[in-house]
Design a protein around this ligand. Structure first.
Ligand code: NAI
Length: 467
């Protein structure tokens, strides 16, 4: 069977690419090694983690906030197996949704491990051991990423876990040590803290949440500490001794000087980043060039150095985010169909689903300073927002950064309840090249938390109403 396009990998990048290609009339196949579609995101990433974040947050609220609202319930009892089932059913619904989309768009799904035999030829080894060769005019590599390992620390997914194991624990750990206070660590650390674990982070950098605006990081750290999370910054884990009943986690200063310490843990979560996944793809033999960090090298149009082979998502440069991969999937499909596919890398939102949520789009203050761009800041706290006051969700603020000369919005940073939803309007205004005044003059429904975005935009011009 000859196709117009074979996509390798059915995560958010790959399956979205396949759908868009099919919409544009390309005869498309998608190859997936996992037994279910949806990739890391749907199976062992974004979707299950958000299900556990949602359930654990309600568990915590039932124990701590319900009484204040006049809802009398006895202390909530955790049924972890049922909570895991709730998570698994959410995953199942999502992966079945992707199955449906493949059928609806007449995309052939081929299960097995793909290897690029040459440009235009993909060998797929099925789980039954049989190999078939598919042919196509174009191949898109969308194989995603894998957990970054730490030297000398073996992940068994039981006691020393990656995000995959941390999503599937069958018991709440007494003590959880999280290596790396990035997105995965903070989200999953929050889940297990809410369910009763004592959680300590060991972070190499001198701050949490790499890449986020530093004011947001500082406030977020204070809030998370109030919730009971503990942070050891500028520190690294050099060994985990699993010979006894309790894990012994050796922690040393990041710089390697000064005294170290040993922490006890029932579970250690390693969340120090992810690396592009290219194992077994045959890229070397096919002559596909990688960059210095092992990512598939692509040009502005997602083309590799080998004609007919393209790549998108976590396996290429840029933030490892499902929505970035999706947009690249759409863009490359459009390019293959002769259209002008494009991704605006200046406007890709990022969300950390802690409580409160942290969301960001565009440049941080540090980045603007470094680039020598003059900017104005408008800030508005949720303590002055009516809805937040009523709901007692007053932690956090909205910060709008606008060009000092043109007023164009350059970045928006939010810490607060539902920040992940609120960042969408900031993203739209930036995509349209809008100004803080545009945002400030847009009518926002009252009472909503999003009025804080409007007020922060007004604050850029020093004229917020409620502050
Ligand atoms: P990350 O890059 O967000 O954070 C890793 C952290 O580990 C950093 O703070 C880094 O300084 C620290 N670190 C690195 N080496 C260390 C060491 N030896 N000892 C101690 N700390 C060390 O990576 P993370 O959390 O593993 O997430 C991986 C990817 O998945 C990210 O690109 C993230 O964007 C994505 N993701 C996105 C989510 C979202 O959008 N909500 C949710 C989960 C993951």
């Amino acid at each position: 069977m000859a196709y117009d396009l074979i996509v390798i990998g059915a995560g958010p990048g790959g399956y979205v690419c396949a759908v868009r290609a099919a919409q544009l009339g390309l005869k498309t196949a998608i190859v997936e090694k996992r037994a279910t579609l949806g990739g890391t995101c749907l199976n062992v990433g974004c979707i299950p983690s958000k299900a556990l974040l949602h359930a654990s947050e309600l568990f915590e609220e039932a124990g701590h906030s319900f009484a204040k609202m006049g809802i009398g319930v006895s202390a909530p009892k955790l049924d972890l197996a049922a909570m895991q089932k709730f998570k698994d059913e959410g995953v199942d619904g999502n992966v079945k949704g992707v199955d449906f989309l493949m059928k609806k768009n007449k995309i052939d799904v081929v299960y097995g491990a793909a290897r690029i035999a040459a440009a235009g030829k993909v060998e797929v080894k099925g789980n039954d051991g049989k190999t078939q060769t598919l042919e196509a005019k174009a191949i898109v590599i969308a194989t995603g990423s894998d957990v970054a390992k730490l030297k000398g620390i073996d992940i068994d997914e039981k006691r020393v876990v990656s995000s995959t194991g941390a999503l599937a624990l069958d018991k709440v750990p007494g003590k959880l040590v999280v290596v790396g206070a990035g997105v995965i660590g903070l989200e999953l650390g929050s889940v297990w803290r809410r369910l009763g674990a004592d959680v300590t982070f060991v972070e190499f950098a001198d701050r949490i949440m790499p890449g986020m605006d530093s004011e947001v990081c500082r406030q977020s750290q204070r809030i998370l500490e109030k919730q009971g999370l503990k942070f050891k910054l500028s520190a690294k884990v050099t060994a985990v001794d699993g010979s006894g009943k309790t894990l012994k986690v050796k922690v040393e200063p990041a710089k390697g000087d000064g005294a170290g310490e040993t922490l006890d843990a029932d579970v250690v979560l390693v969340s120090v980043g992810r690396v592009p996944y290219t194992d077994g793809l045959g890229l070397k033999e096919a002559g596909v060039a990688l960059d210095e960090r092992g990512r598939v090298n692509v040009d502005h149009y997602f083309a590799t150095n080998v004609p007919g082979i393209w790549a998108i998502g976590d396996v290429i440069k840029g933030p490892m985010l499902a929505h970035k991969a999706e947009d690249e999937g759409v863009a490359v499909a459009e390019i293959l169909a002769g259209q002008a596919g494009h991704v605006n890398y200046d406007v890709i939102p990022g969300v950390i689903y802690t409580t409160p949520e942290v969301a960001s789009v565009g440049k941080t203050e540090e980045q603007l300073k470094e680039a020598g761009i003059a900017y104005k800041v408008g800030k508005f706290p949720f303590t002055a927002n009516a809805r937040a006051k009523g709901n007692r969700t007053t932690e956090g603020f909205v910060k709008v950064l606008a060009d000092a000369a043109t007023d164009r919005v350059l970045g928006v940073h939010i810490i607060g309840a539902n920040a992940g939803e609120m960042i969408a309007e900031a993203t739209v205004i930036m995509e349209f090249g809008g100004s803080a005044e545009d945002l400030a003059r847009t009518c926002h429904a009252h009472p909503t938390q999003s009025e804080a975005v409007k007020e922060a935009a007004l604050a850029v011009d020093k004229r917020p109403i409620h502050m």
